[in-house]
Design a protein around this ligand. Structure first.
Ligand code: ATP
Length: 608
């Protein structure tokens, strides 16, 4: 969908430069190393070293037969007079001043008529090359390293990927029609599109230009898509950069990248700057210590740039984050990101329309009902829904179906939520029985809890990391969850462990995830939702554990105790429900052992 040929081309060039540099470096190292070791080995073979003073004495005592000097080398090879192989009599001597030594020995031979054979050897060209490479290697290495770092840091001036716009490229290609649901959000942003299309009309009217818009939302809810669609609808360039790209190894680079990004945008105006994950640079400024200084500098530069726009510069900065609470308040002041739009996870209707939109280029069987899939995927984001359909298409191809069936989609949903079914895993009868009771426990307990949704499927076929699973129907989109519902959810979670204990008088590691989730709920009830009577509606959610000290040790102890009590109560209630309905628990577990998987209808039969 995107037209990002230019950035791709630049990235490709960069990759080629990096690969060539590395190859050159590697070849140089190998050639150098081979030459060095080959020749230095050869020269050093069968030779012993001799001290320079010893050499002088031996020359004076006529004990030296031959001296061989190599141009440019300060080591000479001498042959000691005597019997035996010449090679065995060879020695090397390191000469302090080769020039002086050459003159001295020449004089000795000429004037004193010494019988020493003097040889002058030209330097071996390969040794010269290897020596040069070795002496240049550190410099070369440094240069290549610096080039690579500069390229990676974007010092070459490439700040932000540019999609579309006036420089001959097509716009992002994304339109509002490519976004399903989010109608209110689109309505709110249409005026931005209009403003980008005809800035002069707004300016003549004296209207103030919106400067920055912050999009809040979970990952995958379509924030990037919306930003691209605004640029696409207005037909203006879209310069995108991720907050994490500003945070670099070298101090000061983040700020310089911000400056470059805005310079580039001003040249391309009207245009859109999109900063994804703005929390990476825009998190609250702290005391100027250590690594935080860099973050602060980058953020300060961003604030300076946003303040420094001329009123008639049509550059709109869109930023996205999924952690709005982290942002520095200064970013949200008028003239900066003063418009904030929350991008929610899609509701039932939104999910249905996202599924329909992403189904356009795929073949579906007649039995596929997007409405019911939307019902089963409460809490899924747009990206996850797109992924469901893609996984379904993969499963359908693997299963050699001619079209994507409802079962393929259901399997894709399960694959994404619980993991892939592992039918081939060998499981002992003992483990199977344990899993059957554990899952039956969850299912039976939740049946007796009014706030819990109906069971959709219970299975003891392993999926992902889970040995089995109990799936619940999720037909309702909820904004609020009641205290009773949270308490009952904990009871349902404890159903697995309770069944193991009651039916098999044993407990296993299989309940670890249930315990983790239940403890999380208890913790949130006390510290986030203020649902504990003894503590009252107090938020104990703090960024820094030290902040808790203002509540005093008594409160902290109380939180710990209350969490324990909530979990204990849930566990006791689950055991009570199961022991009152032991026959149903046994029957469900037996059926699971027989069939491995039971549907919601089969499960309901046990309660008739
Ligand atoms: P992040 O925070 O991880 O950057 P995001 O919120 O920017 O995520 P996008 O990258 O915009 O999410 O969305 C990912 C993909 O999900 C999109 O390319 C699109 O295929 C799909 N998607 C998300 N929301 C929608 C939607 N409302 N309509 C259609 N497709 C959607």
């Amino acid at each position: 969908m995107n037209d990002n040929k230019k950035p791709k081309k630049q990235e490709k060039n960069l990759d080629i430069i990096r690969t060539i540099s590395l190859l050159v470096l590697l070849i140089l190292c190998i050639v150098g190393a081979i030459a060095y070791y080959y020749f230095s080995e050869k020269d050093g073979k069968n030779e012993k070293e001799l001290a320079f003073t010893e050499l002088i004495t031996m020359i004076n005592e006529d004990k030296i037969e031959k001296i061989e000097m190599t141009t440019g080398s300060s080591t000479v090879k001498v042959t000691v007079a005597g019997e035996g192989e010449e090679k065995d009599r060879e020695k090397t001597v390191l000469v302090p001043s080769i020039q002086a030594f050459m003159e001295w020995i020449q004089e000795k031979v000429d004037k004193e008529d010494k019988k020493i054979e003097l040889n002058q050897k030209p330097v071996n060209p390969l040794i010269r090359i290897s020596d040069t490479i070795f002496s240049l290697l550190p410099t070369l290495l440094l240069i290549i390293l610096l080039i690579m770092i500069f390229k990676m840091q974007g010092l070459g001036g490439d700040s932000g990927k540019v999609y579309g716009g006036e420089d001959g490229l097509k716009p992002t290609g994304v339109k509002f029609n490519d976004i399903a649901g989010l109608d209110e959000e689109k309505d709110e942003l249409i005026e931005i599109v209009d403003f980008l299309k005809k800035p002069s009309e707004y300016l003549e009217m004296g209207a103030k230009i919106p400067r920055g818009i912050l999009l809040y939302g979970k990952p995958g809810t379509g924030k990037t898509l919306i930003a691209k669609a605004i640029a696409g609808e207005a037909g203006v360039p879209f310069i995108s950069m991720s907050g994490s790209e500003f945070i670099e190894m070298f101090a000061g680079l983040g700020a310089s990248r911000v400056r470059k990004l805005f310079e580039k945008a001003k040249k391309m105006a009207p245009c859109i700057i999109f900063i994804d994950e703005i929390d990476a640079i825009g998190s609250r400024r702290t005391s100027n210590t250590g690594s935080e200084t860099e973050n602060n500098q980058t953020l300060n530069q961003l604030l300076v740039e946003m303040d420094g726009f001329d009123t008639n510069e049509t550059v709109i900065v869109l930023a996205a984050t999924n952690r709005p609470e982290m942002l520095d308040k200064a970013l949200l002041r008028p003239g900066r990101f003063d418009r904030q739009i929350t991008i929610p996870s899609p509701d039932l209707l939104g999910r249905e329309s996202i599924l329909k939109l992403h189904s356009q280029n795929k073949k579906f069987a007649k039995d596929v009902d997007f409405k019911s899939i939307a019902g089963d995927t409460a809490g899924f984001t747009g990206a996850e829904l797109a992924n469901v359909l893609n996984e379904a298409a993969i499963l359908a191809t693997r299963n050699k179906h001619t079209e994507i069936t409802n079962a393929d989609i259901e399997n894709a949903v399960k694959k994404i939520t619980v993991g892939l079914e592992k039918t081939n895993r060998v499981i002992s009868d003992k483990d199977k029985k344990l899993t059957a009771y554990h899952e039956a426990g969850h299912a039976v307990v939740s049946k007796f809890l009014p706030t819990q949704t109906d069971v959709k499927e219970v299975s003891i076929i392993p999926r992902g990391l889970a040995g089995g699973y109990t799936m619940y129907k999720t037909n309702e989109d909820k904004y609020y969850v009641s205290r009773t519902e949270l308490l009952e959810k904990m009871v349902a979670l404890m159903g697995g462990r309770a069944a193991e204990k009651i039916a098999l008088n044993e407990i296993s590691t299989g309940a670890s995830n249930d315990i983790e989730v239940a403890t999380g709920i208890a913790k949130d009830m006390l510290t986030v939702y203020g649902m504990d009577d003894s503590l009252g509606p107090v938020s104990l959610k703090v960024d820094d554990p030290y902040e808790l000290q203002i509540f005093g040790d008594k409160v902290i102890d109380q939180v710990g105790n209350q969490i324990q009590i909530l979990i204990d109560n849930a566990y006791i209630t689950a055991q009570k429900i199961l022991s009152d309905n032991m026959d149903i628990l046994d029957n469900v577990a037996q059926k699971l052992l027989e069939k491995e998987k039971i549907t919601s209808e089969e499960f309901e039969e046990f309660f008739k």
